[in-house]
Design a protein around this ligand. Sequence first.
Ligand code: NAP
Length: 277
Amino acid sequence: MKTVVLPSGERVPALGQGTWNIGENAATRAEEIATLRLGLDLGLTLIDTAEMYGDGRSEQLIAEAVGNRRDEVLLVSKVYPHNASRQGAVAACERSLKRLQTDRLDLYLLHWRGDVPLAETMEAFQKLQQAGKIRHYGVSNLDLGDMQELWSVPGGQAVATNQLLYNLTRRGIEWDLLPWLRERRIPVMAYSPIEQARLLRDPKLIGFAKLHNLTPAQAALAWLLGQDDMIVIPKTGRRERLKENAAALDRPLTPEQRAELDRLFPPPSGPSALAVL
Ligand code: NAP
């Protein structure tokens, strides 16, 4: 498995598994569990979830899928902004741990910025870390201004990642946020890497993929995986699609192919507000 280095020096899988909308439907539950397990078998051992997903049902399903394989897994969960206070974040983390049937999270993220001061959230994260309940912490959906502010807050410079919307049709972060993070060696977790499947219907991507004997999903994922500091977390609840997505790891794009994608999906030519889903 290709890996990405966290600021601590720890290596984590570059391709993980997203879980938004997983655990919501009894009819698809068995296949979702089988998919997560197959993912572990294929080395996609980073699993991304959040207390928000299905009101905790995603975390519960993950616990069932992981079973006695906890030590193989890098578990990522997220706290709601309204729970991210000094005490609220600690309580929210305890609830996530219970649903996930584990004693620690590998990475705990602030889901997006809310009204709680960043200093308070960082204080809670540090407390959780000292107690061994989370190994690393980070943020999600923070724009450049938020990151600059975070840098002046105690504990802020210890964030392991910023999880951001990033795919071929959402390249805005390349203008300023991504270079800022790269200067500080903070890897990005690219969420909605296939734009919640909308990208797969894009005629330009379909044409590119056909020409290079890839599927559109593989082309979109391979483009992200070609960047050394990118952790990519596509979601699927189907084993066939998981195999298809995982095969993107075996198909790195050439510089010529990347240049072709730059022509089809141009990088930003100026600043823009951070896009979120
Ligand atoms: P995504 O991974 O871009 O796309 C998921 C959708 O694509 C699902 O409907 C899935 O359907 C379908 N799909 C997956 N592989 C496919 C394939 N090979 N062919 C056809 N369809 C395919 O979108 P996402 O779920 O929004 O993002 C991924 C993860 O990032 C989330 O699950 C979540 O963990 C995280 N996320 C975080 C934030 C945040 O604010 N931090 C926001 C959004 C997402 P099936 O399941 O039916 O295959």
